[in-house]
Design a protein around this ligand. Structure first.
Ligand SMILES: [Zn+2]
Length: 417
């Protein structure tokens, strides 16, 4: 069966999150509030043939703050049944709004005990902390109590990614909290290296530790979801582009059995997704791909030609197209998908698209790089936080599209593990 996805954050929670995540954003609130209305679903079905939508259930605010968000989507679930669209409850993964959980032991930390920023106003949570796991578990259970078709966990990321990776040396990555230290010592028999990783063995053990922890978390959430008769999925980003063990923490091979479909989110709208053919061809699970032009926070509304290109490539490669339906920023205003000027995509006449360049093996470190990793690891978290929280720095980072550049160009390697 041909399936089509809409990756559709909407409702009051999405508006609130934009206000947390960005500095004084100008928001077309009405567009986010209308995203799950009858008229929007009818248009999505009619023009795009949408079969699946990932809809906002929990953005990572406190449970009390989120109540209106959850009520908003639950009240609209009958609309989805009317148009035969499967709604997947979107649950934020391993990050929470920092101020809303200030009194709870949920957050990751760096070797100096500082929180790890996920975005402005949000910090990474640690899957080894019982309180953090309880937050996700309660949210998955809460979603399972309603007639969603599935539960989806976004941002399955175990702490910060390394900013430098070499075969024998990396900068700090992951989490250095006391729970991670205790669990690591128990499993590997030596102390968790909390700063840079200074040997191939330390690197391999850290990757194994993070992957196993995330697999365990997913297995638990998948079990809860499947027991409720629903499908389970997570955002994989792009497992073939970004060496996920390093940059997100998960192992695709380990996660696979716990997932009912694959959802890939990448920056390949202007490139090709041919690198995903092994995943599309190797498994009978559905593969949805949502490809951005430059990514969340950068993309103006897509043109008909871009939507045609997505549908065309999906047909050619055999994946299910998914379109982001939210967080467009056009002429400085944040808005949701507007299909009024769009017609049914043309799937024929694919334009030539450039393959992303092949991954390269990680090379050994040089002396200067080891010193850079040492010095940078100590200031990594606070520097990153400043670049997100400071209005001017955040503006510069956004204008330079540094996040997109890093995702596109800085992570194409295989680590040989
Ligand atoms: Zn931890």
């Amino acid at each position: 069966m041909q399936r089509v996805g809409l990756y559709a954050w909407g409702g009051p929670g999405t508006i609130r999150l934009l206000q947390v995540k960005y500095h004084a954003p100008r928001i077309d609130a009405a567009s986010f509030m209308a995203l799950y209305d009858d008229a929007a679903l009818a248009e999505a079905k009619d023009k795009l043939g949408v079969t699946d939508m990932w809809v906002t259930f929990s953005w990572g605010f406190s449970t009390a703050t989120e109540q209106p968000d959850r009520r908003f989507i639950v009240e609209r679930l009958p609309n989805f049944a009317q148009y035969d669209i499967a709604p997947h409850a979107y649950v934020q993964g391993l990050n929470l709004v920092t101020d809303e959980f200030a009194d709870q032991d949920v957050f990751c930390c760096d070797p100096h005990g500082r929180l790890l920023p996920y975005s402005k106003g949000r910090s990474f949570t640690c899957p080894n902390k019982p309180a953090a796991r309880a937050v996700i578990r309660q949210r998955v259970e809460a979603a399972c109590a309603h007639p969603f078709a599935g539960v989806f966990i976004d941002n399955l990321m175990f702490g910060l990614p390394p900013f430098m990776v070499r075969r024998d040396y990396t900068s700090f990555f992951g989490c250095a909290c006391e729970h991670c230290q205790a669990a690591f010592r128990q499993q590997y028999g030596y102390a968790l290296p909390t700063g840079p990783r200074r040997s191939p063995q330390q690197i391999a053990d850290t990757l194994d530790f993070r992957a196993r922890t995330l697999t365990d978390l997913c297995a638990e959430m998948s079990c809860i979801t499947r027991d409720a008769g629903k499908t389970f999925g997570v955002n994989l980003y792009d497992p073939y582009w970004h060496a996920p063990e390093f940059h997100f923490g998960y192992s695709l091979a380990q996660l696979g059995p716990h997932l009912d479909y694959y959802l890939i989110e990448n920056h390949a709208l202007a490139a090709s997704n041919r690198h995903l053919i092994p995943l599309i061809a190797a498994d009978d699970k559905p593969v949805f791909v949502v490809s951005y032009r430059d990514g969340i926070g950068h993309d103006a509304a897509y043109t008909q030609a871009e939507i045609d290109a997505i549908w065309c490539e999906a047909a050619a490669l055999g994946y299910f197209p998914a379109l982001k339906a939210t967080e467009y920023i056009t002429d400085g205003t944040w808005h949701a998908l507007d299909l009024s000027g769009i017609h049914a995509p043309n799937r024929s006449g694919c334009a030539e698209r450039t393959d992303i360049s092949a991954s390269e093996p990680v090379r050994p470190s040089r002396w200067i790089e080891r010193r850079l990793a040492d010095a940078g690891s100590a200031i990594y978290a606070p520097t990153l936080r400043a670049s997100l929280e400071n209005t001017i720095l955040a503006h510069v980072v956004s204008r330079l599209k540094l996040d997109t550049r890093v995702m596109r160009a800085g992570r194409r390697y295989t680590h040989g593990a």
